[in-house]
Design a protein around this ligand. Structure first.
Ligand SMILES: Cc1cc2nc3c(=O)[nH]c(=O)nc-3n(C[C@H](O)[C@H](O)[C@H](O)COP(=O)(O)OP(=O)(O)OC[C@H]3O[C@@H](n4cnc5c(N)ncnc54)[C@H](O)[C@@H]3O)c2cc1C
Ligand code: FES
Length: 302
């Protein structure tokens, strides 16, 4: 009898999950996750110190999002964690997440294979102010995994119909070592766009390396760009963002044109639990994208 009632329970659960998926109620209720199948797993870094993999997921219903937004990913029995979208926003039937192995959830995700399933809630958060940036030159500066949340914006801007709306594009991509770069398969495609310069830098010289060496904030002064007509979009470790935004603002760039995205600890993702707040700001709903002018008005807890 006990077994039968458990069977019924799981049948009922499976029926209601099917109903959720069919009607995509997740769009109306941010607490309801949707099922997503792992289609592919890409090993991004090959260094001993950083294990980063990309996961291509097929959600059970299309998931439109804007560059800068994030999802909460649940691994049943383990936990839930937030990750920024790392794929092109014009593709909605699959999404890419680029995930560094750091703890319980990410460790479990890294052991998953194509065909396995996770559950996702979202999209959450604000996005990059693409309309405000239109007509400007753009300077992308990313450190390590910081390139992941910028990739949707980069891909959006490089669509031929959008590329003409922006001026010169500089990209300065930093990694600790040559083995720590992510999305290497994109660099050729990005660099082949008109009026676009892509530079790679690593922290210390390595045999055979003919790119730049040094931290991004030490290199920006030597890169020609029009400080009066440029938006800087930065993402990376907090220390890199601080040093770079100081360098750009010392050079005369207004702080409302220096944008970044924060990775505070989060739980609900919808402004209810108070886990992510900085003063009166909830990073999960007011962010994660902020200008340095906005960050300067917030307590320095990030
Ligand atoms: C909006 C947003 C977007 C994010 N995007 C990405 C992404 O694209 N790729 C990615 O790999 N990670 C991203 N993160 C960070 C990611 O959510 C955490 O690494 C993840 O929650 C760790 O979960 P875990 O269970 O594996 O680690 P845990 O077992 O919970 O923790 C492992 C270690 O990491 C530390 N830690 C956990 N979360 C954070 C955090 N948010 N900030 C600093 N330290 C933390 C813990 O203190 C502990 O030392 C994002 C976070 C936010 C808020
Ligand atoms: S994560 Fe719950 S309020 Fe932001």
């Amino acid at each position: 009898m006990k077994g039968a009632s458990n069977d019924n329970l799981s049948k009922a659960a499976s029926r209601s999950l099917k109903a959720i998926e069919t009607h995509c109620q997740a769009y109306d209720n941010p607490y309801i996750p949707i099922r997503a199948e792992i289609l592919d797993v890409i090993q991004e870094t090959t260094s001993q110190t950083q294990d980063v993999k990309s996961f291509i997921l097929r959600p059970s219903c299309p998931l439109p999002f804007s560059p800068g937004q994030f999802v909460e990913v649940t691994v049943p029995g383990t936990g839930e964690a937030p990750f920024g979208f790392a794929s092109s926003p014009h593709i909605t039937d699959t999404i890419q997440l680029c995930i560094k192995r750091t703890g319980y959830v990410t460790d479990c995700l890294h052991r998953m294979r194509p065909g396995d399933e996770v559950w996702i809630r979202g999209p959450f958060g604000n996005s990059f102010p693409v309309d405000e940036m239109t007509g400007y030159d753009l300077f992308f500066a990313a450190g390590g995994l910081g390139l992941a949340p910028l990739r949707p914006l980069i891909d959006l801007i490089f669509l031929p119909e959008n590329r003409v709306k922006f001026g010169k594009i500089n990209m300065l991509l930093a990694a600790r070592t040559t083995k720590d770069f992510i999305f290497r398969y994109d660099y050729g495609r990005w660099a082949s766009n008109p009026d676009t310069e892509l530079r790679l830098t690593i922290d210390n010289p390595e045999p055979g390396w003919d790119g730049l060496v040094g931290f991004p904030h030490m290199l920006v002064r030597d890169i020609p760009f029009d400080i009066h007509n440029t938006y800087a979009i930065l993402c990376g470790p907090p220390v890199m963002i601080k040093a770079l935004s100081d360098a750009f603002s010392r050079m005369g760039m207004p702080k409302d044109r220096i944008l970044t995205t924060l990775e505070m600890r989060m739980t609900c993702g919808v402004g209810k639990c108070g886990k992510c707040n900085i003063g009166h700001t909830y990073v999960c709903v007011d962010g994660p994208v902020f200008s340095v002018a906005q960050l300067d008005k917030m307590p320095g807890e990030y």
